[in-house]
Design a protein. Structure first.
Length: 202
């Protein structure tokens, strides 16, 4: 037992949670703008951003996986189900990063007429980091969607997650672009989500 403790110290898991990448994500909730500045000060490089894009693509795949599995009602064999999931995973990991890079560039271009001061790299970092910070919310929402697709709990969590993500993204992205306030972007994202959700219902 003592030998096992030497190999796996009791505080190893606690240390990983408090000092590792996961801790960075959860600490970001207490000060979003500072978390972005810390990313910049830590000399985050383009390879790190590429890793973030693959991580985000994986998170988005896992977020919609429970719903895809619960709605996959044509299952003659497990092989077809595995093929279905495998194709989805491949498409997510191959096209996801490309899509994210395009979206981050578009967001920065749209910010330029409003005197956005970030570089494309800083805007990309803000875009990616905001999704990384919101990833726990995305995973929880996706899990609930798989178990309670039409439940009030899922709808409440989904809408709450959207509000929180709009706040996270607007805070971090506007800090990168040196905007005075993030509230205009926050309300644009929030009401845009409500409007498009209403169109889908119609």
């Amino acid at each position: 037992m003592g030998h096992m403790r030497r190999i796996f110290p009791e505080n190893m898991v606690l240390s990983f949670i408090l000092n590792g990448f996961i801790a960075e994500i959860f600490r970001a909730y207490f000060d979003l703008k500072t978390s972005f500045r810390n990313q910049l000060n830590n000399s985050v490089s383009e390879p790190r951003l590429l890793a973030y894009s693959f991580l985000i693509s994986l998170v988005l795949f896992l977020e919609r996986l429970p719903e895809r599995l619960s709605n996959y009602d044509v299952q003659p064999s497990k092989g077809l189900l595995f093929d279905y999931v495998g194709v989805d995973l491949f498409a997510s990991m191959f096209f996801g990063p490309i899509f994210l890079y395009c979206l981050s560039s578009l967001a920065h271009i749209l910010a330029l007429p409003f005197k956005g001061k970030a570089s494309f790299f800083e805007a990309r970092l803000a875009f990616f980091w905001s999704i990384v910070v919101a990833s726990p919310l995305l995973l929880i929402s996706g899990l609930l969607n798989g178990f309670f697709p039409n439940g009030l709990l899922f709808k409440f969590v989904q809408f709450s997650s959207m509000i929180v993500y709009a706040w996270i993204f607007s805070s971090i992205f506007c800090a990168a672009e040196s905007f005075v306030s993030h509230l205009p972007l926050f309300f644009i994202l929030l009401f845009g989500h409500i409007f498009f959700s209403y169109l889908v219902i119609l």
